[in-house]
Write a protein that binds this ligand. Sequence first.
Ligand code: NDP
Length: 342
Amino acid sequence: SRVLLTGANGFIGSHILEHLLNQGFSVRAIIRSESKAKQVLADFPNKGTQLDFGIVPDITAPGAFDDVVKSSPPFDTIIHSASPFLYRVISDNREFLDPAIKGTLEVLKSVKAHAPTVKRVVITSSCAAVVNFGAPPDAPKKIYTEDDWNPTTWESALVGTQNNAYQASKKFAEKSAWDFVEKEKPNFDLVTLTPPMVYGPLRHSVKSVKELNQSNSRIYGLFVDSKKDAELPPNGMHVYTDVRDLAEAHIKAVAVPEASGQRFIICAGQISSQQISDMLRKDIPELGERTPEGTPGGNPLPENAYECSSAKAEKVLGLKFHRKEETFVKLAKQLLEIEKKE
Ligand code: NDP
């Protein structure tokens, strides 16, 4: 079975690529430049027969994907994971919104027009498209499901913070995809996955901690590159998933017929800053003087802290989740290794 994967060089994309290759899929990886293709190939040596590349320098250009969706043998499935999430490279909210929304629509348009064999498109959306981040801190506890959409408006997306713009980019990109399928009635069906914060070991090469993706750079900055007596970081978005489980969810989304036309929350559960600190301090002696100590065993999340339910993904996709130690301790150890390379 043949799959086209966008964003294949990213944190999540490289794990999806690994799962696809291990399961025997033939994959065309879409990246932005020749040098990025070389890097992916270097990260997956001996997979050259299963892996080829398509270069799309600008995913917002009309017809951007027209050429790369054509293939012999033809594609059965498309996984679209590319979308801007790296705050440090973005100077205008439009740089989140345009590639997310137009990029998604360009993929769908090209597939409809030029890849009639494609039966399914899987999109990496986000719980950023699900959660109401403006809910008051004393709001009653909410358990989010696939029926929920972040209420953010286009106006606030344009003028708000980078968080607003990113959250809006994921919401409007995913909505555009559902609208496209409803209006255009293409040959393919759509599956969307909405993970919250995604953490865990890196599969792609990262030469320096300065190159880390958005979510893992948060763990590095707040929990690894800090001090024992620093203030405990705020809980931030306190729901997370392991990147390996998210990659597996993509494979299931490709393979499970009942996933057709469905949206799935992919969430391992809640995590507090204190829990992250406690895990790292317990298992990694090197972090004893570096990870904020807080109040070990204390500082739980507030009683009313929201949850994102993965009940549907567990039932329909048969998804299981790593234990939290396997996510955070493994990541932090790897971050220390990357730091040493510098
Ligand atoms: P990375 O930054 O590691 O990867 C992002 C990928 O998207 C890269 O392949 C990148 O290509 C590509 N990309 C980014 N901006 C553009 C652009 N303007 N035009 C074309 N391609 C672009 O991030 P993640 O792996 O974390 O994110 C992958 C997906 O997962 C995204 O859709 C993101 O929204 C979603 N997600 C991530 C979460 C997380 O916590 N990490 C949580 C929930 C969802 P290049 O290397 O060329 O920039």
